[in-house]
Design a protein around this ligand. Structure first.
Ligand SMILES: NC(=O)c1ccc[n+]([C@@H]2O[C@H](COP(=O)([O-])OP(=O)(O)OC[C@H]3O[C@@H](n4cnc5c(N)ncnc54)[C@H](O)[C@@H]3O)[C@@H](O)[C@H]2O)c1
Length: 254
């Protein structure tokens, strides 16, 4: 594996609990050049110190619900980098009211927003990146097991994650002829800004400690190390996959 000198664009750092933060730190340790993109001005106070910590070459705002902002982001990046080798998409969003409710009460608006930010954004981010991607580029997104089985309170995000994993497979097929790979990492529950919106996280983590094969919850480091595998040439023959990094809980029937 040689990640030294690779240009990595990371979407989705909100604070130091973010999964994207753990991945950024690990990729920095591997010698990558890190570039960050964050959602909005409201996050800047927390994101700028992180950008400094990971030695980010740039830290640029981009709301992925807007195609023109994504295009503008890449044109800014092109002023500093001649290519992008790796993209980490660590973004999801559903209006808080849409979680923790009976699923049949999901609103049309909530459904559309969740699908737009959590699924379509991956397609948009990849499409606009195409002119800048290196021939063996690797792309990674983050998903959760609530896509496959019902996770109480996860609601519309479970449906969005199912669509995201499917989008990864379709993208793998259309990007394959360009030599570009894309995979999803399915992380076990970990407390972050986003996951705190889902009720019952602590109880779920306690249950995982009792029932997962590894009898513990996962850490940011667990996720980051597997992310290194998926974005590096260690996984050169792997694309369209969903890799579980969840202490094994997904293999259990009960
Ligand atoms: N925390 C968990 O338990 C867990 C488990 C499995 C998968 N995931 C997934 O990991 C990814 C990262 O989530 P996290 O848990 O680190 O939480 P997080 O809140 O730290 O990260 C989510 C990020 O999405 C960004 N985002 C939301 N709307 C955006 C927009 N319009 N434009 C640009 N960025 C936007 C937020 O600013 C934030 O940085 C998500 O896809 C999440 O579903 C999380």
């Amino acid at each position: 594996m040689n990640l030294a000198g690779k240009n990595v664009l990371i979407y989705g750092i909100a604070n130091s609990h973010s999964i994207a933060y753990g991945i950024a730190k690990e990729l920095q340790n591997q010698g990558c050049n890190i570039g960050l993109s964050y959602a909005s001005q409201a996050l800047i106070k927390r994101v700028l110190p992180i950008a400094e910590e990971v030695g980010a070459k740039f830290c640029l705002e981009c709301d992925v619900s807007k195609d023109y902002e994504i295009r503008e982001l890449y044109s800014q990046i092109a002023k500093q980098w001649d290519k992008i080798d790796i993209i980490v998409h660590s973004i999801a969003y559903a209006p808080k009211d849409e979680l923790n409710l009976d699923f049949h009460n999901t609103s049309r608006h909530g459904f559309i927003v969740a699908m737009d930010i959590s699924v379509y954004s991956l397609i948009a981010v990849v499409r606009e990146a195409m002119p800048y991607l290196s021939p063996d580029a690797s792309i990674l997104t983050l998903t959760y097991y609530g896509s496959q089985k019902v996770a109480p309170n996860y609601g519309v995000m479970g449906v969005a994650k199912a669509a995201l994993e499917s989008a990864v497979r379709y993208l793998a097929y259309s990007l394959g002829e360009h030599g570009i790979r894309i995979n999803a990492l399915s992380a076990g529950p970990i407390r972050t800004l986003s996951s705190s919106a889902v009720s019952g996280l602590s109880q779920l983590q306690k249950r995982i400690e009792k029932t997962a094969p590894l009898a513990r919850n996962i850490t940011l480091e667990d996720i980051a190390k597997s992310a290194v595998y998926l974005v590096s040439d260690l996984s050169s023959g792997v694309t369209g996959e969903t890799l579980y990094v969840d202490a094994g809980i997904n293999i259990m029937a009960y």
